[in-house]
Design a protein. Structure first.
Length: 140
């Protein structure tokens, strides 16, 4: 992975074999980014994508292997319990151009991944909400 800063905007290239979320977290920790947004595209050969089932308050994850284009990767950067917290969704397209998407839990780059991270001043934390069953933005 390599990246370059342009003020509070970071252009990131994640390389073959690297896991996207761990690399983004590494940039955030190195640059002390605690609030921001993520957008990107690229290609992966393994991804774990989830869907939160509101009735059971559980994530259902699907492991995908093969060649997939990241047609959209979007997310935000916040904190929880003093640590960087990434909330990322992705839309992946297969060889037949069908797409699958959801909450991104893991993704391994097969060719390249190009991201733009935009950092904002400040910090927004998350807290677990028992009613919803998710770590929600906490403005208190």
């Amino acid at each position: 992975m390599e990246y370059k800063a342009f003020g509070k905007t970071y252009v990131v290239r994640i390389d073959r074999g690297e896991e996207i979320l761990s690399q983004v977290k590494q940039v955030c920790e190195a640059e002390k980014i605690t609030l921001g947004k993520i957008s990107g595209l690229g290609a992966v050969n393994k991804a774990v994508v989830g869907l939160f089932e509101t009735a059971t308050q559980e994530y259902r994850s699907t492991v995908m292997t093969g060649d997939f284009e990241i047609t959209s990767l979007t997310g935000n950067i916040t904190t929880m319990e003093g640590e960087v917290y990434l909330h990322v969704h992705a839309n992946l397209a297969g060889a037949d151009n069908s797409t699958f998407g959801g909450h991104l839990n893991e993704a391994v780059v097969s060719a390249t991944c190009e991201l733009i991270l935009q950092a904002f001043e400040g910090q927004v934390n998350r807290a677990f909400d028992e009613t919803i069953g998710l770590n929600l933005l906490d403005f208190s």
